[in-house]
Design a protein around this ligand. Structure first.
Ligand code: NAP
Length: 282
């Protein structure tokens, strides 16, 4: 039977360490979330960030903007927060509504406070194998593998999904950890054959139970980032977990796998914020 890579346990351990670090600081750092109203799922996510901050003793504030907010208004807010010495971490809740230019909003963000790792400079550092502000979801996936002592070096890894926030950065992190990495996507030919080669399979697709038993090599390790509502209304991942448990060696469950780690990694990033002047700026 597969080992269940329980994210709640891993998150609790990481949270305890973070709480102790914040308690030892003279002034607790503060996270500010900028959210455009209108998405109930985002409301829940933002509330969870607030809870995590309060659990670990970090400051938290939410700026909720109206659904029809103007580009200039949200840009001005992000610039103001970027220049505010009392704010150490800024999260712009994505996706923004279609009438807004997300890239232009992100460009207003001080890259040093970008604890969600969305600024192109931080994304570029991660893609180049550097260390810094890594997107929280893939950082959490790697932290779970580390927590359970799963060896990545030398392994064949296939990441299904190439989004900027999950699939791509997960591939860079696996590469940095010395896996041999393939990135698969919706145009990958013979996807099942590609995935079947993998010792480590990462699913970041957004399709309920898309990865089936026949696509997985016996003994593979599976990291499932999917958060989907199945036809019967239950929450499920991108992997057909119930039918692969006696086939794979380890798997993150949904819920309770990668999800609980994400917010903890945001706070890890918050503690890594370095506000020294940039060499070419200020
Ligand atoms: P996304 O931006 O929609 O990207 C989905 C990726 O899956 C794309 O690269 C797409 O390929 C690929 N894909 C779609 N259909 C496919 C198919 N039939 N075969 C192979 N690849 C296919 O989604 P995302 O933001 O990365 O999120 C992925 C999942 O993770 C979602 O369920 C989301 O809810 C979840 N998520 C979880 C967390 C967490 O904390 N655990 C955080 C964020 C997101 P193309 O590029 O070719 O279109």
């Amino acid at each position: 039977m597969a080992q269940i890579l329980d994210g709640k346990t891993a998150a609790a351990v990481a949270k305890a360490a973070i709480t102790a670090r914040i308690a030892a600081m003279a002034v607790a750092p503060t996270v500010v979330v900028v959210q455009v109203a209108g998405d109930p799922a985002a409301d829940r996510y933002v509330k969870a960030i607030g809870r995590t901050c309060s659990d670990v003793g970090a400051g938290y504030a939410l700026h909720q903007l109206p659904a029809d907010v103007a580009q200039a208004t949200i840009e001005a807010l992000v610039r103001q927060l970027s220049g505010d010495a009392g704010v150490q971490g800024i999260i712009i809740q994505m996706p923004l509504p279609a009438h807004l230019d997300s890239a232009a909003v992100i460009a207003c963000l001080d890259q040093r406070k970008d604890i969600d790792g969305v600024h192109p400079v931080n994304a570029g550092v991660v893609a180049n194998g550097g260390s810094g502000l890594v997107p929280a979801t893939p950082a959490g996936g790697m932290a779970i593998l580390r927590h359970y002592g799963i060896e990545v070096r030398g392994k064949q890894a296939v990441v299904i999904g190439r989004s900027a926030v999950v699939g791509r950065p997960m591939a860079w992190l696996l590469l940095k950890a010395d896996a041999t990495v393939t990135i698969a996507h919706s145009r990958t030919a013979n996807l099942a054959d590609v995935v079947r080669e993998a010792d480590i399979v990462v699913a970041a697709i957004g399709k309920p139970r898309f990865v089936t038993r026949d696509m997985l090599k016996a003994g593979a390790v599976v990291v499932d980032f999917g958060i989907n509502v199945a036809a019967d209304g239950t929450l499920c991942g991108d992997v057909d977990t119930a039918n692969v448990l006696d086939h794979v060696s380890a798997i993150t469950p949904v819920p309770g796998g990668t999800g609980p780690m994400t917010n903890v990694m945001l706070i890890e990033n918050l503690l890594a914020v370095d506000l020294r002047p940039l060499p070419w700026k200020d």
